[in-house]
Design a protein around this ligand. Structure first.
Ligand SMILES: C[S@@+](CC[C@H](N)C(=O)[O-])C[C@H]1O[C@@H](n2cnc3c(N)ncnc32)[C@H](O)[C@@H]1O
Length: 354
């Protein structure tokens, strides 16, 4: 229990988002700075780790988006939250096969964890790639941002609406170093912020990605000024609901949210109705949110699998299709994961979104 104390730092009481920001991303004790969380030896697996075909589809999508943007001579590509770097590694390999695009592109990786940055540098091993902590360096030309499971890894705030007032959920460290949940009436600023979103109006229990939206505001400003788009793939739902979606995973199993702090991953499900409203408020256009299954199939993942399977032994073909099933199955990642595209461009015939 004493180990809980370090995540509160100097305070004894923190709102949910600040507390989990410390638990996940503290430079010394944070989960993402202590170990490699992704893969069979970690706590969870992501789509790029399941099949390279996922990453290939994203690479082809990025090149097609560059075409939609008018094949600019300078195009900035930014991956948000690159994990162990495997998605970027495959994407860079695909880019090499498209020389005109390859010479036009500059690739940036936006990563908060120093440990993951080191792992990404080793895994990617390409000199031209730049790591960034902020977006100020991306000055010229349109920008294509993309992220897989970036937004669901950014801590959210939680609120309860009672008799017209809003109370925020906090964690309080008691004298036995146990953690209790308490609710405090929120500030006028937070109250106005929540009430400015029509998708949250009728809710009694509200999840709000204040920190995530701060990050996205910087991104949407760049896209609104320089042109470009953002493609996000996340675990989430289409219609706002009254549920807590915070969840913790430890060694590939569900874990009580306050157990194994600093050793387990903590995420929330993304509210795509709210996210869409956010993008529109921030002057971007959006495509209809689709599932990962629809996106990958629209991008031609099955055709690509057929082509590469022809040269494979039976055992490798089986492995390929088992992995694809995991990515596409409606009961699994196929429907749970959703894809949103927000953009500022003259034309809108982006691939993958019918
Ligand atoms: C769940 S992992 C996803 C990894 C990877 N995209 C994949 O598909 O395997 C979340 C990633 O986002 C990064 N991240 C989370 N919050 C961030 C922030 N505020 N700024 C930059 N990176 C962040 C994490 O360190 C990690 O690399």
């Amino acid at each position: 229990m004493k180990s809980n104390k370090k995540f509160f730092k100097k305070s004894k009481c923190l709102p949910v988002d600040k507390f989990f920001q410390n638990v996940l991303y503290d430079k010394k004790n944070g989960y993402y700075n202590s170990k490699l969380p992704i893969g069979s030896k970690g706590d969870f697996v992501t789509s790029p780790k399941i099949s390279n075909l996922f990453s290939e589809m994203i690479a082809v999508w990025i090149i097609s988006a560059w075409e939609v943007l008018g094949r600019p001579k300078k195009i900035n590509i930014v991956e948000l939250g690159p994990g162990d770097g495997v998605l970027a590694k495959i994407i860079l390999e695909v880019f090499k096969r498209f020389p005109e695009f390859d010479t036009s592109k500059k690739v940036f990786l936006f990563e908060i964890s120093n440990l993951l940055k080191k792992i990404q540098k080793i895994n990617i091993n390409v000199k031209s790639v730049k790591w960034i902590d902020s977006f100020e360096k991306i000055k010229n030309g349109p920008v294509i941002f993309f992220g897989n499971e970036f937004f669901d890894a950014i801590p959210i705030k939680q609120f309860i609406r009672k008799k017209g007032s809003l109370y925020e959920k906090y964690y309080l460290l008691n004298s036995d170093s146990e953690i209790n949940e308490i609710h405090k009436k929120t500030s006028k600023r937070n109250y106005d912020m929540i009430n400015s979103y029509s998708s949250l109006k009728s809710l009694k229990f509200i999840e709000f990605p204040k920190y995530g939206f701060k990050q996205l505001e910087r991104i949407t400003n760049i896209i609104a000024n320089q042109g470009g788009c953002i493609l996000m793939i996340d675990y989430g739902y289409l219609k706002s609901h009254n549920q807590s979606t915070l969840q913790s995973v430890f060694k590939h199993k569900k874990n009580y949210i306050l157990n194994n702090l600093g050793k387990a991953d903590i995420t929330s499900h993304v509210n795509f109705e709210l996210l869409k409203e956010f993008f529109v408020k921030n002057n971007l256009k959006i495509k209809k949110v689709i599932t990962q299954k629809q996106f990958l199939e629209n991008m031609g993942i099955m055709k690509r699998a057929e082509i590469i399977a022809k040269k494979m032994k039976f055992i490798d073909q089986s492995n390929l299709y088992i992995r694809l099933k995991r990515l596409l199955s409606p009961n699994s990642m196929g429907n749970l994961f959703k894809v949103v595209l927000a953009y500022n461009s003259k034309t809108n015939n982006f691939f993958g979104f019918k």
